[in-house]
Design a protein around this ligand. Structure first.
Ligand code: 5CA
Ligand code: ZN
Length: 409
């Protein structure tokens, strides 16, 4: 699939900083010092509805990761998937009497527009589950040959017990795993499984559902976790730097994915850091397509909200915290954007080299974007109160805010 156009990332004077970021797997900060090319996989959308503020917040977090790396003059190798065939998508298509491929294409196109408007850097490889199927089939076959997968009425399951490291992403106990597995696409109560947690790798064709030729697996379609693993391993290989997504993906999705990859390659770990963004809520409940309590990026854009203000609203919350979207959050961001734009539109101002270092330090410390915004606020306040004589400063502030925070002033 094609991704979306990249916005320019201005180069900044001085030296970027290595990122220290919290990993769910270690339960603490990890300092990432990738080589010249940093590698990141971020789980993409299931395209059955439009991009909401929760999605946008999660993609904002991983956009910041890339901006920190780019500031250190590294290249970034970024891969993202689109879960363009899965139960929720098929169910929505059925409910709305739509062709499932048309629904997926429409919502993916809208996602690209939203990402472009928000200045999120595009992945180099944007890969749909459907187009990944030819790569998924041999991987499932290999897992089966290795004794890590088994058949149940034509479906193929992964045996979690085949991975000695299973559990080391989420560190949950068996009861919590079982509960989350049932909530998030698993089938712990299906009779005949070796372990209730075992996730499906290949689902045999069901009447009325799309299916593909799976070679020795028979006709069917891939499970969810193996989709991301196949795409990540093909384009990034093992031990990439960051596996990213929202906190609802830590278990089972990233736990299972890591196990698939580790058993398949015999290497550990799949990723150096498993990074999870907090959940955005609306009216006290997690924003989710299944609940329908949503604020869409595209709706705000249609209402005339500047995407830069949406971005500032996201940046005002630390990526790991759960937070609530409210009208006030947006109004504060609109006001801030106005103050910042007025400040950088003046021909000179207070020196800004220290500000660039403050933004760098804030982001390098587990992506502390609220601290970065507060630092810019302080420069903007000085500018509005006292002004300054540095003719390069307003331009430098604009470039730094653009390069490091993705906000065009
Ligand atoms: N296609 C899979 C990943 S392979 C999927 O989870 N798709 S999704 O459309 O449901 O979610 C896309 C991303 O947005 C995931 O990283 C998910 O964790 C994140 N996300 C979903 N809802 C929220 C929310 N309310 N707040 C923050 N992030 C969210
Ligand atoms: Zn995924």
């Amino acid at each position: 699939m094609h991704a979306w156009p990249a916005s320019e990332v201005p180069a900044l004077p001085g030296q970027g900083r290595d990122l220290r970021i919290h990993s769910t797997a270690t339960g603490g900060p990890v300092t990432l010092s990738p080589g010249p090319v940093a590698r990141i996989y971020v789980c993409g959308i299931t395209p059955y509805d439009a991009t909401h503020m929760g999605h946008a917040a999660t993609y904002n977090a991983f956009d910041l990761v890339q901006r920190v790396w780019l500031d250190t003059k590294r290249q970034v190798h970024y891969v993202q998937n689109v879960t363009d065939v899965d139960d929720p998508l098929l169910e929505r298509a059925l409910r709305d009497d739509l062709d499932w491929t048309a629904l997926a294409e429409r919502e993916t196109a809208l996602f690209r527009e939203d990402m472009t408007a928000l200045r999120m850097l595009p992945p180099q490889h944007y890969v749909g589950a459907v187009e990944a199927i030819p790569g998924i089939v041999p991987i499932v076959e290999r897992l089966r040959e290795a004794g890590a997968a088994y058949e149940l009425d034509g479906d193929v399951y992964f045996s979690v017990e085949s991975d000695p490291h299973f559990g080391q992403v989420s560190h949950l106990d068996a009861a919590a795993m079982r509960l989350l597995s049932a909530e998030r696409g698993g089938d712990p109560d299906r009779p005949g499984k070796k372990n209730p947690l075992d996730p499906i790798l290949w689902m045999a064709a069901r009447p009325g559902e799309p299916s593909w030729d799976g070679g020795t697996l028979g006709h069917g379609r891939p499970g969810w976790h193996i989709e991301c693993v196949a795409i990540a391993l093909e384009h990034l290989g093992m031990t990439f730097d960051v596996q990213g997504g929202g906190s609802d993906l830590a278990f089972p999705h990233h736990e299972m994915g890591a196990s698939h990859a580790q058993v398949l390659t015999g290497e550990f770990p799949m990723a150096r850091a498993y990074v999870h963004a907090g959940m955005v809520a609306l009216d006290g409940e997690k924003m989710s397509k299944s609940k329908g309590n949503l604020v869409f990026v595209s709706q705000l854009r249609r209402d005339g909200v500047d995407p830069a203000a949406i971005r500032l609203a996201l940046l005002d919350h630390h990526y790991r915290s759960d937070w609530e979207w409210t009208d006030q959050v947006l109004q504060d961001a609109v006001a801030r954007l106005g103050r910042w734009r007025a400040a950088v539109s003046r021909p000179d101002g207070p020196a800004a080299d220290a500000l660039v270092e403050e933004i760098r330090a804030a982001l390098a410390a587990d992506l502390d974007s609220p601290a970065a915004l507060a630092a810019v606020d302080r420069w903007v306040d000085r500018q509005h109160r006292h002004g300054g004589t540095d003719t390069g400063a307003p331009g430098l502030v604009s470039r730094a805010v653009d390069a490091l925070l993705g906000v065009a002033l």
